[in-house]
Design a protein around this ligand. Structure first.
Ligand SMILES: Cc1cc2nc3c(=O)[nH]c(=O)nc-3n(C[C@H](O)[C@H](O)[C@H](O)COP(=O)(O)OP(=O)(O)OC[C@H]3O[C@@H](n4cnc5c(N)ncnc54)[C@H](O)[C@@H]3O)c2cc1C
Length: 223
């Protein structure tokens, strides 16, 4: 099991996988009842499949991850409906006091050219420093209210309403390689928010070890 740390308390852990580059080759050549034809021809086949959007052979590889991420990142993630998810339940268990505070140098300012993006300049502004400090204080206060409510016997499923969007949560996610590459195309793109892009980048690092030929083709052809 390999873990990549992401943001200030998060991580991506690859906990299981089925298949490799040869499973994709095998799935593609099953059409004419043949398997591997050596590295050069197999790599060429993977590139051909990717270029021509012959996607189903990539579904022969399945990966299972454990991910710890802030709630606002997970909201974006869970829009990807082709994944299977199981998330820790804040009804069953109290969430630990872990929340995301951005690096002040990575706050920037609201973009003038894009309604959804931010512009990062050099260093950090006074506004960014103040924002990070107040976010820290507000998050600590929110967790204090959360713990106080639980101690007073308020049900966990309601006490959690005190918690902010930057609270960390944990989930397991299973996905086939075709849909993972689709996710990576969207979430490694510069238009995606930095905080989900760093998770996509960590996943890319993991799949390089599982399907090196496919990852190489993906970086050249699809990204
Ligand atoms: C930069 C960026 C900005 C975004 N901004 C917003 C926003 O402002 N508001 C917002 O609501 N969302 C936003 N999204 C989310 C986006 O609209 C998609 O919901 C998300 O990226 C998941 O993509 P997907 O549906 O292709 O993935 P998946 O759900 O994994 O689906 C993969 C593919 O399967 C097919 N598919 C899956 N389910 C269906 C279905 N029911 N019917 C038909 N085909 C299906 C489609 O071909 C789809 O592309 C944004 C995404 C990005 C990357």
């Amino acid at each position: 099991v390999t873990t990549t740390e992401v943001l200030d308390h998060g991580y991506v852990k690859l906990i299981d996988s089925m298949g490799d580059d040869l499973a994709i080759v095998q799935a593609a050549r099953v059409s004419y009842d043949q398997g591997s034809k050596g590295e050069v021809r197999d790599k060429k086949l993977i590139r051909y499949l990717m270029k021509n959007r012959h996607t189903s052979p990539f579904e022969a590889v399945v990966l299972k991850f454990e991910i710890k991420a802030p709630i606002f990142v997970v909201r974006q993630w869970h829009r990807h409906r082709t994944w299977s998810y199981n998330e820790v339940s804040a009804r069953y268990t109290a969430l630990p006091e872990e929340f995301y505070i951005p690096d002040p140098g990575n706050v920037g300012e609201q973009s003038a050219s894009s309604k959804q993006a931010r512009d990062i300049g050099q260093g950090h502004s006074t506004a960014a420093l103040a924002y990070c400090a107040t976010l820290q204080k507000a998050s600590e206060e929110a967790f204090h209210l959360y713990r106080t409510a639980i101690a007073a016997g308020i049900p966990r499923e309601l006490a959690r309403l005190h918690l902010p969007l930057n609270t960390y949560t944990k989930f397991e996610a299973t996905v086939d390689l075709h849909n993972l590459l689709h996710f990576l195309r969207l979430r490694l793109h510069p238009h995606a928010q930095h905080e989900i892009r760093v998770y996509a980048d960590a996943m890319l690092g993991h799949i390089k070890n599982v399907v090196p030929w496919t990852t190489e083709a993906f970086l050249e052809i699809l990204l």
